[in-house]
Design a protein around this ligand. Structure first.
Ligand code: PLP
Length: 507
């Protein structure tokens, strides 16, 4: 038989008839109608280039048979695609992919595109002063920052699994992806209530808790609600720089109260209250930030008495309660307060990692109700899927296990770090080992120039910060907060070795 004349071959459909029954997976139990599923599948095939511009689509009868749906379902889906501009259909002709997809598909980029934006704003504005210690992404090999947890210990697999399960749940409950309660999902608030009760005696129910994106947002919301411009906020002489900046940002008058080895000096606060109307006092009683000391029991009682006597709000920032190594911790002020004066703020930034933006406020219900409209204006709501994922980590015991493991690891690291510092830095740096937390606080010998030391360490791949946010005008010697939790014993010893080498070279 002679070979077929190629010029007589029937034209190939372009592309050849695709196996649509495999390419388009329809979920017949989903709440999304089949027509919408078919529309979405064709858009995906066009975007992926499987169906190029002008490609011929199968007839509706044929496709309906392949997908085992009614012909009408395909007709409606195609009408939808025509209306959206993805395909074209002329009377009694096969439908074809449009020449130009309605949404241009971006070119895949290996690197970010070169910026073509104007290098400066075309209008004038006054930038805000730099905020406290700042959170700048740096990539030194060793970073002894202010006290981060070790990201390598985070139960990432469990969190990812839980997030996936929460996303699947959204398939059945699409309202999970809509605007929901600004105070956070109930399941997480229930779990947080149990955790706060069991670990530190805070007697909160789920409705006494407001979930925020980190404690930074919590402090912002509370300040906006409670502090009018010009009102006095009292903080310790050295205090958490971000909180200082938030109070200033809201126009508060920031007054500083002396600080010693027992925490904030409440006698000095009493004197201040005699002279000034104080609206709010910000404290970190568990481990004072940055000096790490615990507020003594006597001063806690005094602080609560002063709050009642002078009618001020106590904002208790309990950022690292979970980490205590030497003996039992003193319970938070919020566990003892029944007068509704203590507002308790916490966060999972030290429990998991700062990237999981979950913080919370425990406060009387009238305060929480007033926070909701402020949060809505700023952020609408948090991240319900993440909140559900984290709630499950609490519910299945994964969080408790993670905390036990982290606490044990950080305890060992504290000991290694303190030992190495004592051994190698004794003439230059003195400190008291912290009873808990993720960082220690120390002071350099007179004459040591901290920025110069920091620059020398940075050249060796070690970042130690420059201690700026906590410097007092009266300081004769440089102080420094050094985080130890994020590094292994070997890394900590290497850091101390670099510090010693630089100190030896310079002094
Ligand atoms: C004193 C203090 N409060 C709160 C936080 C946590 O802030 P956020 O929860 O916004 O990450 C930190 C983190 O470094 C802190 O040091």
């Amino acid at each position: 038989m002679p070979p077929p004349d190629p010029s007589l071959s029937p034209p190939f459909a372009f592309p050849p008839m695709l196996p649509y029954q495999t390419l388009i997976a329809l979920d017949r139990h989903a709440t999304i109608p089949l027509t919408q599923q078919i529309t979405a599948a064709f858009i995906a095939l066009i975007n992926q280039g499987v169906l190029p511009a002008r490609a011929k689509l199968p007839g509706s009868r044929h496709l309906a048979a392949q997908l085992a749906v009614s012909r009408q379902t395909v007709v409606v889906a195609f009408e939808d695609l025509v209306a959206q501009g993805w395909i074209e259909q002329l009377p009694s002709k096969a439908a074809t992919v449009g020449a130009q997809p309605p949404i241009p598909v971006p070119e895949p980029l290996l690197e970010g595109p070169a910026s073509q934006l104007a290098p400066r704003a075309g209008f004038t504005f006054a930038p805000r002063p730099a905020v406290g210690p700042g959170v700048r992404p740096t990539a030194p090999s060793l970073l002894l920052g202010g006290g981060s947890p070790d990201a390598r210990l985070v139960p990432l697999e469990a969190l990812a699994r839980n997030y996936r399960a929460a996303s699947r749940r959204a398939l059945r409950q699409p309202q999970l992806l809509g605007y929901s309660a600004p105070e956070g999902v109930l399941r997480l608030r229930q779990q947080l209530a149990r955790y706060l009760h069991d670990t530190r005696g805070v007697p909160a129910g789920p409705d006494d808790i407001f979930v925020t994106r980190g404690s930074t947002m919590a402090i912002h919301l509370l300040t906006q609600l409670l502090v009018q411009p010009g009102e006095v906020v009292a903080v310790a002489a050295r205090s958490y720089g971000e909180a200082d900046a938030i109070f200033r940002h809201h126009g508060a008058q920031l007054l500083r109260v002396p600080l010693d080895a027992h925490g904030l000096d409440t006698d000095a606060l009493a004197q201040l209250c005699q002279q000034q109307r104080v609206r709010l006092v910000y404290v970190t009683p568990h481990h004072h930030y940055p000096t790490t000391v615990a507020l003594s029991a006597a001063r806690r009682v005094h602080l609560l008495q002063l709050a009642a006597q002078h009618d001020f709000v106590v904002l208790e920032d309990d950022y690292d309660f979970d980490y205590h190594y030497d003996g039992a911790p003193i319970l938070p002020l919020a566990s003892a307060d029944r007068s509704g004066r203590v507002l308790y703020v916490g966060s999972l930034s030290k429990v998991l990692a700062p990237a999981y933006r979950i913080g919370y406020i425990v406060a009387p219900s009238d305060v929480l109700a007033a926070l909701a409209p402020i949060r809505v204006l700023l952020d609408q709501l948090g991240d319900p899927l993440l909140e559900l994922a984290v709630a499950e980590l609490f519910a299945d015991g994964g969080m408790q296990h993670h905390l036990q493991r982290s606490c044990k690891t950080y305890h060992e690291r504290r000991d290694v770090f303190c030992e190495a510092l004592h051994q190698h830095l004794a003439p230059w740096f003195s400190f008291t080992p912290p009873a808990g937390g993720l960082a220690l606080w120390g002071v350099f010998a007179a004459g040591i120039d901290l920025p110069m030391l920091a620059a020398a360490c940075a050249r060796q791949g070690l970042s130690i910060g420059e201690g700026q946010p906590y410097r007092l005008p009266t300081d004769q010697q440089a102080h420094l907060r050094l985080g130890f939790a994020a590094h292994t014993a070997d890394e900590l010893r290497r850091s101390v070795h670099i510090l010693e080498m630089c100190l030896r070279q310079l002094w």
